[in-house]
Write a protein that binds this ligand. Structure first.
Ligand code: DX5
Ligand code: ZN
Length: 217
């Protein structure tokens, strides 16, 4: 299984985003957290900034939409050329149609679930998705502690994906660091988002490689 490390630029210097992307050019994708102050109690950045990041980023963008009404807004993020666009299951009115709209626009279709959201009701949707994001913190802020009680859900998803022989990435996001990445890898994650662990390191690119090793690659 190919493992991917996607640093979250939420923990980077927002006054120097192009340079910050340059610090993680050895990573697989740059994770961009879009928050609308409605779905989550925090506000970050939106479509015009994502469109510019897409133009200057040395690596593909992995856009994580923590917003209400993704049915309306998510397709525009796919149109920026972002490689992956993830909406929240809790916010989408019609996740199946939305996933198709993202794929139609050339993006990988991702769907996220919060720590308290069960995965089973969405198993039937898995063939429509390219990635399922199991949040390992409550969405909204970087620097929180990994919620280990989400691991059985991740493991069950890995089993289900295997049973159905699906080609779908399982992403974890929140509290991923030297101590927790192995736990998530062992439970079946193959895409690891890390914000403070990577951008808090003196040499971010070295921390990306350290996480890769700790994940088992
Ligand atoms: C939280 C965001 C995460 C965040 C992770 O709502 O979705 O992507 O940046 O930050 P760390 O790795 O610091 O927990
Ligand atoms: Zn995120």
């Amino acid at each position: 299984m190919t493992l991917r490390i996607n640093p979250s630029i939420l923990a980077s210097d927002f006054a120097n985003l192009e340079a910050e992307l340059g610090r993680i050019a050895n990573a697989d994708m740059a994770h961009v957290d879009v928050m609308d102050n409605h779905f989550v109690p925090n506000l970050t950045l939106g479509l015009p900034i994502v469109a510019r990041l897409q133009e200057v980023s040395p690596i593909p963008l992995d856009v994580h939409l923590m917003i209400d009404d993704p049915d309306r807004w998510a397709p525009s993020y796919a149109e920026t050329g972002a490689a992956s666009v993830t909406f929240h299951a809790e916010a989408a009115a019609d996740p199946r149609a939305l996933a198709r709209a993202l794929r139609d626009r050339g993006a990988r279709a991702g769907m996220a679930i919060k720590p308290g959201t069960a995965a089973e009701p969405f198993y039937e949707l898995l063939p429509e998705l390219d990635m399922l994001l199991v949040m390992t913190v409550e969405p909204g802020f970087g620097g929180q502690s990994f919620i280990e009680s989400t691991m059985p859900k991740l493991r069950a998803l890995r089993d289900e994906v295997g049973r159905r022989d699906l080609d779908i990435w399982l992403q974890v996001d929140g509290g991923i660091n030297d101590d927790t990445i192995g736990i998530a890898a062992e439970a079946g994650a193959d895409v690891f988002v890390a914000g403070s662990s990577v951008f808090g390191a003196e040499v971010a690119a070295e921390q990306v490689e350290r996480l890769r090793t700790l994940a088992g690659e």
